[in-house]
Design a protein around this ligand. Structure first.
Ligand code: ADP
Ligand code: MG
Length: 136
């Protein structure tokens, strides 16, 4: 487990860019953090690090966005998962086999469906611009 402290969105993205260089096809990143902590900001840095040109946005109602490239990024956001909507029915496993990096926001909502071989990223707000980021 490694702990980082960042003092602004750019620093969080720089950290994510570095991490992106170490990722392999099929790697899964699970994000655990409150709203506004910086999950999407981090994933924007990941996309840059993977050399993807498209801008990563917060999916408003769709659960998954695909950013194509040599090593694509599958961005899944479970924020709008309805109570009672079953995670099993989403078929997330399908994304694990596509040869890209899978980044999942609100992984708390996966319950027992958390993939075992994933990296966990926790982001905690310390102040308006400071974040504690734990990767393990
Ligand atoms: P989430 O996806 O976790 O809901 P976002 O990434 O959409 O959060 O939003 C995070 C907000 O916090 C952005 O407006 C970003 O500019 C701001 N921010 C301020 N400081 C930081 C930091 N150190 N790391 C990441 N985001 C930061
Ligand atoms: Mg987000």
């Amino acid at each position: 487990m490694v702990v980082f402290f960042t003092a602004g969105a750019e620093e969080t993205q720089a950290l994510a860019k570095d991490l992106a260089k170490k990722l392999k096809p099929g790697d899964i990143l699970l994000f655990f953090a409150d709203l506004g902590a910086g999950k999407t900001t981090f994933i924007q840095g990941l996309a840059k690090g993977l050399g993807l040109k498209q801008k990563v946005t917060s999916p408003s109602f769709i659960l998954a966005n695909e950013y194509p490239g040599k090593m694509p990024l599958f961005h899944i956001d479970l924020y709008r998962l309805e109570d009672g909507q079953s995670i099993e029915d989403l078929g997330l496993e399908e994304y694990y086999e596509k040869g890209g990096v899978v980044a999942i926001e609100w992984a708390e909502r996966m319950g027992k469906n958390l993939p075992p071989k994933a990296k966990k990223i926790k982001i905690k707000s310390l102040s308006e611009n400071k974040r504690k980021i734990t990767i393990g």
